[in-house]
Design a protein around this ligand. Sequence first.
Ligand SMILES: Cc1cc2nc3c(=O)[nH]c(=O)nc-3n(C[C@H](O)[C@H](O)[C@H](O)COP(=O)(O)OP(=O)(O)OC[C@H]3O[C@@H](n4cnc5c(N)ncnc54)[C@H](O)[C@@H]3O)c2cc1C
Length: 635
Amino acid sequence: MDDLGALSAACGVDLVKLKQKYSAMAADRPQVVQDTVFAPATKSSMLTSQDIANRLDNYKVCKACSGQGIVKTLYNHRVMESNCEECNGEGVITENEINSDNNSNNNFDELDTDIIYDVIIVGAGLSGLACADYITQNTDRTCLILESRDRPGGRIFTEKVYSSIDGTFIGNVDIGGQWIGAKHNQMLQYVKRFQLSLDEQLYPSVPPSSDDIQQLSPLDQYLSLVGYRLKELDEAGKQQIIDFFTKVDQISASIDVKNIKDVVNSAYYDSISINDFIREHVHDREARIQLNIFFETIIACNTHNCSCLFMLFYVQSSGGVSSLGDGDEGAQKYKVRDGIQNVYNSLVKDLSLGGRCIISYNTCCDSIIVENKLVTVHNYDGTRYKGRTIVLAMGLDTVLQRISFNIPLPREKLLVSKGMVGGMAIKVIIIYDYPFWLSNTTHSPLTVVDAAEVVDDGTSAPVDQSIDVENVSVEVTTGTSKIIESTHDATPPVQAVTIGEIGPIKNLFDGGKLGEYYYLVGLITGGTCQQFIKDYQTMEARQAEILNQINIMYNHNSDPVGYVEKNWCEESYSSGCFASSFTPNSFHRAAPFLSSNVHDRIFFAGSESSKDFYGYMEGAALAGICAAKESVKHL
Ligand SMILES: Cc1cc2nc3c(=O)[nH]c(=O)nc-3n(C[C@H](O)[C@H](O)[C@H](O)COP(=O)(O)OP(=O)(O)OC[C@H]3O[C@@H](n4cnc5c(N)ncnc54)[C@H](O)[C@@H]3O)c2cc1C
């Protein structure tokens, strides 16, 4: 009898049949989602006997296929599915087969319901990991992290892409949070500490001819799309965009979330949407379209449904308008080589050292009971753990959707969650055998000339430099001296149409190389994302629409060799992606309480509770560290 058969016999359920049924369903699913959402078990499943639970403990969901038994491979423009080699198509692997950094809890047989942990952290996203990291590195306190998914990272996740031809691994792609800005000092600290390498995000742009250089939109410097520029504006339109950004920078500089009521006109700014504010100040229609695209891309929200005051806070929190966009000063300056997984896996690895932190995956917190100076966390699987303090490391809207409390939460906290609205984002990775988007573009230090093939002339050693960020020196690769040669005619349409008017993608990046291939990274965000999902309900339909847009943008026709899509809107454990924002008329009351604690026992982390770099990985890490300090102080 095989393992699954033995397990079936033990628990009296035909798991083989069940697996066949759901494998078939999974195969029919339009999307192969590595980041499987685990539906919380019902309360009745708490009655599962300890015997069966112990046996089940010996089995872990296969990380390579998220328990589906199948993996995604690429063939021409199709995503093909094949048996997962890690688990031999089983979907589960036994304890002794596990060889993963992510399973620190496997090293801790003492995960114990009788222990009173100093700090229980709910959520192993970046914020929860940063919180636990601070505690274990700086104090002698113990902590337990409860994570509902089967993996760490939350809204950051690196997915492996395999060749459809021979099943070999071709590279890692980040399908959630990815870029680190030049001002994201905490993230850069992690990069330095874990000795990771950064690649600089390149922004190859259309070379301006001598007479049209003046025609570029000022937004081009913020939305530096690869080899494609926004529709030309007339002088008045350009000036209005410049004036608008100056105004945004001026007003946002005065914002202090703790004293938001003191900000001049804060109630008014909160009563109008971003779209209203743009209409108020920008009369040129084309400039308005471009500004709406800009904010929809940055905050991943519908600009009609997002408070202008919140937008002003977001700008201030990130360090000004220029820190939000693309380019040198922007938030998309660097990416971690080989994926952001290197940050979260390194954090997890360090947490497993020293024996003071346990991570329990597939453990979804259901309710929190505060009594006798202790906090008891009840989970959907029937387990319960006791701690002295608790840190909720996720968006407050996610907390209140999922977790109940035996004590009334202060009105302020309810106000915060009431105004929150989830951002919406789909990230797509489109893989080609040739980087046609680099043709006819300037792309220093990548030289582009017209000829037939991609040639690696052997001189492609990275050009390294060091950057200093508050005494953090990090190795950065700025590019290679490789020469791309092509005969492909990728002449962009003469009259460029603003991206977003010709397809769902609003922001597009050169992904660089993936194995022997090249890829583009596209983001579909906010109201566009909402409508796109409604209009195109299968991945095939969405893919066709996206490829159509790329073809129009670059006057290009060949099929991609692969397509990876991550629709974050269907992630029930991440209510806002990139993050949650605030509807009009909610933020000026909620702002002072983003991170406030409750009864000196319950602390809030998560990117949405940070007043600095709100919504970014940097904000998540800072909020985690801040909650760690606070919770330990109250022990
Ligand atoms: C497509 C996309 C692109 C992005 N790009 C960037 C970028 O380039 N740069 C950048 O800086 N930021 C980016 N972001 C934002 C960034 O990823 C997030 O701000 C950050 O990862 C949030 O981390 P967090 O720990 O606060 O929350 P999360 O990552 O959401 O972590 C919360 C954790 O709590 C768990 N959880 C939820 N409910 C429960 C429960 N009841 N019990 C137990 N566990 C629970 C979740 O599973 C999750 O693991 C992007 C986000 C997305 C989605």
